[in-house]
Structures are given as structure tokens and as C-alpha cells.
Design a protein around this ligand. Structure first.
Ligand code: G3I
Length: 322
């Protein structure tokens, strides 16, 4: 029987998962399943600032290097996640009261160091992640405070100087939160008008307690494609509220997985990435706002690595592509 990866490759599609370094290091089954079933990976955490830039003058590339090496050995693409975010920043960044000019210098230096270190290895970067909040406004962060909205433009311009990777803006909620979608659309449209080098948008697809229709997914994809951007599906997981879970939860989830893949694929999306391998690996289980509230089976593989029905549906939806 063909693997998900084989089916995807036969249709020139990239399917990925995020990879947790510690699990990857300790668990051979995890490693094998990833290289067998996926042709793309995104390090889940180890490219984030607090891990890769733990002290002002210190970069720690070791863990991310190992994942990139694994990807190279297994002929997988790598998405770099992420260069500029409001979260998972190192303590030193907040501790010293840096002047605005210094914050800008630190951000640009970080981008230069990290992006050039992985030049030729990382195929696409999430340059700016989640810059807009749930109120559809620019999100408070050290970056916004120091540079205003221009930090976004500065980040993309700096990244483009040091690699040929595709440069993405990545965010959640854009499919079902219309106000946020409008804000991000306007933001990217303005940046593109100014000639800022943005290649695409990553639509994070954390469908946790909210399950947009195929039409909503398609409309969102088209809206950003109309700007000339490449659209990728990033960070997919599907979870239902525990109390409200439909009786046949797995069937419901399976059907929904098919719908999602069909909607993305029908709109020409070629890179699709899940946020985790097995149900037991999902961040949802460890996120305190979610672990009590949502079902703990959000992914395509069960905790023993067994292939769920959703996995088969996803494969079938890719097979249906001509
Ligand atoms: O590794 C440290 C460890 O040294 C420390 O002792 C421990 C104490 O809390 O924390 C460990 O770090 C954790 C890290 O994951 C690695 O396991 C952080 O606390 C924890 O907050 C972090 O969670 C990650 C979260 O992003 C924040 O960075 C999740 O694994 C990761 O799945 C999640 O992914 C995000 C995307 O990057 C952006 N979009 C939303 C998505 C889900 O929240």
C-alpha cells in the first residue's frame, strides 16, 4: 500500500508535519513514521528565538541543524518557523530596556544569522507570525513597540537579503474570523504595493472547536491568491469540544479532514502541513486552555502510530487529484 508521501509525490504535493525535537531524538518510531509518510517538515519549536538565540550574543543551532540534516537525508523540504513572533522569545530580550534602535538592530541581526545559517536548506520561512490579534488590530509586541507597523516590512526585507527561500506571513483564524482576515489582507496588500518581498501566506488551520465550511476555506484561499500570494496550509489539527462531541466523533473528524484537504487542493494549494504526528504528540494536550476542553485525538495517527480513518481519507483526497 502506498504511503501518504508516495501518493502526494505522485501528484507533486508536499505534505508535512511539525516535528518536536525531543520526541524525534528519543523515539525511533516517530522518526520512521515521519520520513515514511511526509516529504516536508517544520521544526515545531527549535527555530524559535528562545531556543535558537538563548543569549544576546549566543546562537544555538544544534537541535535545528539535526532536524534539517534528517530532512536532507530523507529528501524532505523544510519550513522555517518562525523569525519574528510575539511569543517564545528569550528572557534577555525583555529584561534589558533596549532602545528602539537597538531592538531593530537585534531583530535584523537575528534574521540575518538564522536565515543565512539555513540558506539553501530551508525552503520557506514564516518570517512574521501572528502579527494581528483577535481584535483585528496589530498585536502588542516588543517589535511593534520599538518600530511600529514597519517592523513587518523590515523583517521581510532583511530576510530577503540573506536567502532565496520563499517568505511567508503566517497566522491563525483567517478562515473563520472575517475581521481578522480583512485586516491581514489589507496589511499584506499595502506591503505588496510598497514592493515588500512577501511570497505567500500560511493559513494556520487549527480547527479546534471551530470548523469552517469548504466554502469559507475556498473563499479565504482565493482572496489571498488574488493578491498574487502563494497560499499554504499550515498547522492543521481538528478537535471537537469534549462535552459537545458528536457521538461518532471519529467519523465526523474523518469527513472533515477530507473536506479540508479537498478545499485546499481544489484551489491549487500544494503545500499542506499538519501540526503534529500522532494524537499523543499534539500541543493541544499540553495547552492548559485546551486539554480539558477538547478531544485529544486531533491528528492523523493514533498514539501507537496506527493510521486513523482520517489518514486514509486524506490520502484518497490527494489521489483524486488529476
Ligand atoms: O523546552 C522547554 C523546557 O526547557 C522548559 O523547561 C519547559 C517549561 O515550560 O518548557 C519547554 O518549552 C515549551 C516548548 O513548547 C517546547 O516543548 C514551552 O513551555 C511551550 O510553551 C512550547 O509550546 C509550543 C507553543 O507553540 C509555544 O511556542 C508548542 O509546543 C507548539 O506546538 C506551539 O505552536 C504554535 C505555533 O508555533 C504558532 N501557531 C500556534 C501553534 C500552537 O500554539
Amino acid at each position: 500500500m502506498s504511503s501518504l508521501r508516495e501518493i502526494a509525490e505522485s501528484r507533486s504535493i508536499s505534505v508535512g508535519t511539525c516535528v518536536n525535537y525531543s520526541t524525534w531524538k528519543d523515539d525511533g518510531d516517530y522518526r520512521n513514521l515521519i520520513s515514511e509518510e511526509f516529504n516536508m517538515l517544520t521544526p515545531e519549536n527549535c527555530l524559535k528565538w528562545s531556543f535558537i538565540h538563548p543569549e544576546k550574543e549566543e546562537f544555538d543551532f544544534e537541535k535545528a541543524d539535526e532536524l534539517v540534516e534528517f530532512a536532507r537525508e530523507n529528501e524532505m523540504g523544510v519550513t522555517g518557523h518562525t523569525l519574528v513572533w510575539h511569543m517564545q522569545n528569550p528572557e534577555w530580550l525583555g529584561e534589558e530596556n533596549f532602545e528602539s534602535e537597538e531592538v531593530e538592530r537585534i531583530m535584523k541581526n537575528h534574521i540575518m544569522e538564522v536565515v543565512s545559517h539555513y540558506s539553501g536548506e530551508v525552503e520557506a520561512w514564516d518570517v512574521v507570525n501572528e502579527a494581528v490579534n483577535d481584535e483585528a488590530e496589530l498585536r502588542e509586541s516588543i517589535w511593534l513597540k520599538a518600530m511600529g507597523e514597519e517592523y513587518i516590512e523590515k523583517a521581510f526585507r532583511e530576510a530577503s537579503k540573506h536567502c532565496d527561500a520563499k517568505l511567508f506571513y503566517n497566522d491563525y483564524g483567517l478562515i473563520y474570523d472575517t475581521e481578522k482576515r480583512e485586516k491581514v489582507h489589507q496589511l499584506l496588500s499595502d506591503l505588496l504595493d510598497k514592493g515588500v518581498p512577501i511570497d505567500g501566506i500560511g493559513l494556520q488551520s487549527h480547527f479546534i472547536g471551530v470548523h469552517p465550511t469548504s466554502e469559507e476555506i475556498s473563499n479565504t484561499i482565493e482572496k489571498f491568491q488574488d493578491l498574487g500570494l502563494e497560499v499554504r496550509m499550515t498547522e492543521l489539527d481538528v478537535a471537537y469540544e469534549k462535552g459537545k462531541a458528536p457521538e461518532k466523533l471519529e467519523e465526523k473528524q474523518t469527513e472533515y479532514y477530507r473536506k479540508i484537504f479537498q478545499a485546499y487542493l481544489e484551489n491549487g494549494v500544494k503545500h499542506l502541513c499538519l501540526w503534529g504526528l500522532r494524537d499523543s504528540d499534539s500541543w493541544i494536550n499540553t495547552f492548559q486552555d485546551y486539554d480539558e476542553k477538547y478531544s485529544d485525538r486531533p491528528l492523523l495517527f493514533g498514539e501507537n502510530g496506527d493510521r486513523k480513518k482520517s489518514y486514509e481519507e486524506v490520502k484518497d483526497s490527494i489521489k483524486e487529484l488529476n
